[in-house]
Structures are given as structure tokens and as C-alpha cells.
Design a protein around this ligand. Sequence first.
Ligand code: FES
Length: 193
Amino acid sequence: MSSQIHGTQHFDKSKRLEIKFSDEVMQIAQTIINRYPKGKQKSALLPILHLAQAEFGGWLSPETMDYVASILNIKSIEVFEVASFYSMYNLKPMGKCILEVCQTSSCWLNGAEDIVKYIEKKLNIKVGETTKDGMFSLKVAECLGSCGTSPMLQCGASYHENLTYEKVDALLENYKSENKRKSYTDLDYKNTL
Ligand code: FES
């Protein structure tokens, strides 16, 4: 699969990860695949992509999509079609913490725009960009189902609700001191299998 169509020009190839699940993660992948009837393993594509994204640096490189295709015995283009459709999947390298600020009605009415502007100013980036240190990326999202506690943002598996500037300061500080990549699979997903 051509790397150009995925916009990987900023990816430092010297930092390329080995694209192969550990035995433990492969076991999780297999459990997910086994939920579906034989021959219908493509149905496991979404959760396997989440696993792959979490395991291989927070984004889905062409190599990662090829690997997922090989596990599910489907074509790479089928993986790309799905990965490029959903905003949860990243097709280029992203910051360790992706801040997804909801911008839909309830959040918008309660100040989401100001929260976005505040984060942009604080991190010196615009929506869609990543800080120079690779720590944060900023995105906007459509309703994340937490309208009663708006404005809110999601980072990996965590929701930050009833946001104020002070809360934003605190959460950015926390993430910075943790210095860890946050993923949708950070919940104890092994217990949900
Ligand atoms: S409108 Fe923001 S969570 Fe629903």
C-alpha cells in the first residue's frame, strides 16, 4: 500500500515500530475474532483496529493496516476503507494525548468554542495540529454522548466534563506529568472479553 496516500511525510522512519502483536495482544485479538462465525472475521475489524492503533504508536500506518488485513485474511484496501471513514482512527502520527473537544449543540451552547480557543492558545496549536513536543493533538468531535455534562472533551478512554479553564489547565498538567500515550483501549478491556 502506498504510504503517500496516508500523508506519512512527517513520520520518522527510524522510529518505526515492529508491526506484530505480542502473544498477549494476539490472544486478545483472537478472542475478539472468535466472537464471529467462521468466514465472517472481517466483522472484528473495528476492535482489531483499535488494538492495532494502541499497540503501534497511536496511528494506523500502511504497514499496520497491511498487518491487520493479514490477521483477518482480508484485503488491505478493505482495512483502509474502514480506517479512513471513522474519525477515531488516525492515519498519520498524532500526539500522545489527543484532546477531542465536543462541538455539538449542548457543548457549543455551554462554551465549547471558548474551550477550543483556550486550548489552542495554551498549547500554541490550532485544531488538527500537534504540539512540537509530540505530547498533545487537538481535534473537535461531534456529540460524544455526555451532553448533560457539557462542555466536555475526550482523551483516550477518559471523559473530562463540565469543563472550565481551570479544569483544562489541570488536565493538561496531569497528562504532561504522566507523559503516557492515551488510547481508547486504556479501559481494562481484557475484562470485557
Ligand atoms: S453535545 Fe457534547 S456530548 Fe453531546
